[in-house]
Write a protein that binds this ligand. Sequence first.
Ligand code: PLP
Length: 404
Amino acid sequence: AERFEEVPLAPPDSIFKLTAAYKADTHPDKINLGVGAYRDDNGKPWVLPVVKKATDILLNDATLDHEYLNITGLPEYTAAAARLIFGPDSPVITEGRVASVQTISGTGANHLGALFLSKFYGWNDKRVYLSDPTWVNHHAIFPQVGVPVSTYPYYDPQTIGLAFPAFLDALKNAAPRSVFLLHACAHNPTGVDPTREQWGAIADVMLEKGHFAFFDSAYQGFASGDLENDAWAVREFVRRNVPLLVCQSFAKNAGLYGERVGALHVVGASKEAAARITSQLSVLARAEISNPPAHGARLVSLILNDPALFAEWKRDIKTMAGRIIDMRKELHRLLTEELKTPGNWDHIVNQIGMFSFTGINPTQSQALVEKAHVYLTANGRISMAGLNSHNVRYFATQLDKAVR
Ligand code: PLP
């Protein structure tokens, strides 16, 4: 046993497996719609022009060194990141009530948030409620720190939309002070977000029951192209005083996937409470990573704190979100107008963000992978970022064939 002979082989990560199969495929028309990363119109990764500029500035800054950051991260980064999600005039910002810690991207923020709640939340019923479905890693992150998971109804396959009444019932039926994980915008994997009115009703029940909102914000700006608009739900919950925390990632909206730039923001009751929360988050982070990585945080700090770079970033975000929205429109047009594909495809344009639930079944998904060289997950989720002006017609034609 000391040589680990009994360690069983773990199954490969499903997305990883899909990418490997895509890479091994030699067909010229192959398309990878599994990947959760932005691609430009030529199917290539995109380094944001503003990130190139910020990188140049850092390279030429002779004052920088490779010393450790604080345990809680680069202060000018975490402060600017908090202003970005809550809004600079938010009372939680002006009153100093947010405990912000730099994390290993959104995954690390989810982990640290889960760990913090596991140790310090006043649980009635120790579990987190996740949307059904959700980002698969949520199911791994919480049990890892001793928080069991349950799910709440979210997606309705009949309407390819939100299972709103069932979602509200789950909120009502959960024990008081339960923890609900909510996607701040651009729900992964469905692309289905509540409307503002629905968010309001969700907040009402959460307040009534004393529930805690665990917001995962991995796509601010990426959904609508507008940073303010995509922060609306978080800010509305703050305005109504729903207890909450926010996990924030700059992987997608700044194209900094591999740099691991994220933050956890826990809203406290007072400035003094926030300081105590920060002290405990610091203890937890110290035991796991000691200090977060510097480079990505410096890049994002430059971009958020310099008005000209910030304005340029907003344009880059519009470029990415705009291209994705254009692909949704073009795919919808091809299916409904040109190919007259059976069924209703309006969800393609009604959904938002990187992902779209097409509504096709596992057999149809499998046919696309095996016969059409189009790689997507079995649940019928496609990454809109994998489509471009060169391959959208091929994809529409193959999708049409698969559902006929
Ligand atoms: N949360 C959601 C809902 C996501 O979709 C992702 C990435 O796909 C993440 C968090 C975390 O990503 P990262 O750790 O790269 O920031």
